[in-house]
Write a protein that binds this ligand. Structure first.
Ligand SMILES: [Zn+2]
Length: 59
């Protein structure tokens, strides 16, 4: 057991390896297991991690 909690992918929930991908947002740091998950997350959350005034889809 270690004191270092494993991060879970913020998209699919899989464990994120130490050399996983991170994405910094104004609110918090996100972690992703792969580049694909990060890309999808960015598509689902337009404007969150990227400075953009483009109109995005709202739920
Ligand atoms: Zn993932």
């Amino acid at each position: 057991m270690t004191n270092t909690p494993e991060q879970s992918c913020d998209l699919c929930g899989l464990p994120v390896p130490k050399d996983g991908l991170n994405l910094k947002t104004p609110e918090r740091d996100l972690a992703f297991c792969c580049e694909g998950c990060r890309g999808i997350w960015q598509m689902l959350n337009p404007g969150t991690a990227q400075v953009s005034d483009e109109k995005g889809k709202s739920k």
